[in-house]
Design a protein. Structure first.
Length: 205
């Protein structure tokens, strides 16, 4: 919605104490949820696709082949997120190092996708100079990983220069930066501590 300059109101909730009104409209108990008049939509990809179909400018490519490829890479987000989570959502250093050893296999696939994209465009985003739905899908997971990696210092993305450059571009974009609550960093770090992940032992007190 920010990328499309849509006017909207946002209500942040405490995911540890989800209010009853939220649970009534979110079948899976997850965020985000979009309320349009009396209609409710849930799940990130479904909401993004709806907005792209109904609000200009389109963030998916107009070419149907490229649009299908973009959707395929958006679907890959769950695998990518699991690979990153396997590094920093870990309880011990040993678990973190095991995740670090496994993650490159998944990240390499995204590096190859970006290599192909750079044959078609100069970036800095997935499809070129403008944000796309692929960018919007990956940005939150890259943002969280890079915050955690600021403490872990794995250098994981250093081995994938196109993914790293893409991540740097996304996290320099005001639309991306402004998509989280002002207290996001504090809440994210508190979540790491509360869940007793290894990275929390490296956070400043």
């Amino acid at each position: 919605m920010r990328a499309k300059d849509v006017e909207f109101e946002v209500t942040f909730i405490n995911l540890l104490e989800k209010p009853d009104w939220f649970l009534k409209i979110s079948p899976h108990g997850k965020v985000p949820v979009l309320k349009i008049d009396e209609d409710i939509l849930f799940e990130s990809n479904a909401i993004a696709e709806f907005l792209d179909e109904t609000v200009s400018p389109r963030l998916h490519p107009e070419d149907p082949i490229e649009r299908a490829r973009n959707r395929a890479w958006t679907d890959f987000v769950s695998s990518f997120a699991r690979a990153l989570n396997g590094v920093y959502y870990t309880k011990t250093r040993e678990e973190m190092e095991d995740g670090l050893a496994k993650a490159p296999k998944t990240i390499e696939r995204l590096e190859e996708a970006l290599t192909r994209q750079r044959d078609l465009n100069d970036g800095p985003y997935f499809n070129g100079p403008n944000l796309s739905l692929v960018d919007c899908a990956y940005a939150p997971f890259l943002q969280r990983f890079l915050i955690a990696d600021g403490y872990l210092r794995t250098g994981l993305l250093d081995n994938f220069p196109k993914v790293k450059k893409w991540a740097d571009a996304l996290l320099s974009n005001e639309t991306v930066i402004g998509a989280v609550a002002p207290e996001f960093l504090k809440e994210f770090e508190e979540s790491l501590r509360r869940r007793k992940f290894y990275v929390a032992s490296l956070l400043a007190n």
